[in-house]
Design a protein around this ligand. Sequence first.
Ligand SMILES: CC(C)(COP(=O)(O)OP(=O)(O)OC[C@H]1O[C@@H](n2cnc3c(N)ncnc32)[C@H](O)[C@@H]1OP(=O)(O)O)[C@@H](O)C(=O)NCCC(=O)NCCS
Length: 331
Amino acid sequence: MSFIDNVKAKAKANPKRIVLPEGDEPRTVQAAAIIRDEGLAIPVLLGKADAMASVAASTGTDLSGIEMIDPATSEKAKAYAAALHELRKAKGLTEDAAAKLVADPMYYGIMMVKMGDADGLVSGAVHSTGDMLRPALQIIKTAPGMKLVSSSFLMECPDHSLGADGLLVYADCVVNPCPTAEELAHIAIASANTARTLCGIAEPRVALLSFSTKGSAKHELVDKVREATEIAHSLAPDLALDGELQFDAAIVPEVGASKAKGSAVAGRANVFVFPDLQAGNIGYKITQRVGKASCFAVLQGLAKPCNDLSRGCSVDDIVSTVAATAVQAQS
Ligand SMILES: CC(C)(COP(=O)(O)OP(=O)(O)OC[C@H]1O[C@@H](n2cnc3c(N)ncnc32)[C@H](O)[C@@H]1OP(=O)(O)O)[C@@H](O)C(=O)NCCC(=O)NCCS
C-alpha cells in the first residue's frame, strides 16, 4: 500500500471534521465531494452560498450532504468575533476589527478550529502561505510543550531503497526562514514525531544537513548545525539523530560509512533537516521535479492541525492533505 493510501485508510477509520475556507474554489469544491464519497473526513465548505453553488454547477460537482457556511451571515460569527477579540485585544485588536476579520472565511475557519467546531483546516489553493500561516500562528498557537511551528514535507520517491521504503521527511520547507540553532533542534524533534505518528516510520533517523560532514568544512553556518545537533541530543537523547552531515553522507550508505564512520544515522537517514528555508524549499522542489517524488506538506507544532496547500495544487493534493490533516486530528 502506498504511503498516501495508508494515510487515507487511517483517516477513514475515524473521520474528522475538516473545514475548507476556500469553498468557492473549483479544485476545493471537487475535492470536498471526493472526501465525502470516500469517507475520508467530514468536509465543511466556507463561502457565499451562490458562489459555491455556481462553482459546483460549472464543475459538475454534486455537493449534497456537504455542510456549507457563509461566515458573513453565520449565527456563530458574533461569538467567534467576541472570542477573537478576547484572544487578541492585548495585541491591539478592537471589537470592530475582530468582527471584520471573522467575516473573512480564513479567519472564520481558524476560529471554528479554535472553538472546537472543526477538528482541522486545509487552505492555500488561493491564499499565499503567509496569509494562511499568520492567523493559524496568532490564534491556534503552538501545542503545549512545543516551542515553534514548522513543517515536514513528506516525499514519496520511486526508489524504495531510499529513506523509509522510499519515504523521506524533509523539514522545514515552509515556515521558518532563518531558524536559530535552538529552533533547528526543535524542528528536528518535531519532524521525527511527524515521521512516527503520521508516516508510520517506527524508527526515525534524523540528519541535520549542512555543506560539511563532521568538520570537513569550517564556517559559522556549519557551527550552527553542529550546535543544533547538540541541543537536539540533549532534548531527545533516545532519538537517532546526527549532524552535521552532507546530503549524500546522510542518504547513501557507502558515503555515510566513509565520511561519518560509526554514525547511527549516516547513510540511513529518513528525516532530513535543512539549515534554513531557502535550502529546504529548493531541496524539496529538486526531489519533486528531478527525483520524480510525489509530495505534500504538513504543519507540525500547532495546537490543532491546520495545513497549507500550494497554489498549484491538484484536486488529489487537496484530498491527500485533508486526509493527513484528519489523521493529525486523531492524535
Ligand atoms: C510564518 C510567517 C508568516 C510569520 O511572519 P510574520 O507575519 O512576520 O509574523 P510575525 O513574526 O509578526 O508573527 C505573527 C505571530 O506568529 C507567531 N509566530 C511567527 N512564527 C512562528 C513560528 N514559527 N512558530 C510559532 N509562532 C510563530 C509570532 O510569535 C506572532 O505571534 P503574536 O502575534 O501572538 O505575537 C513568516 O515567517 C513567513 O512568511 N514565513 C515564510 C512563509 C513562506 O512564504 N513560505 C514559502 C514556502 S511555501
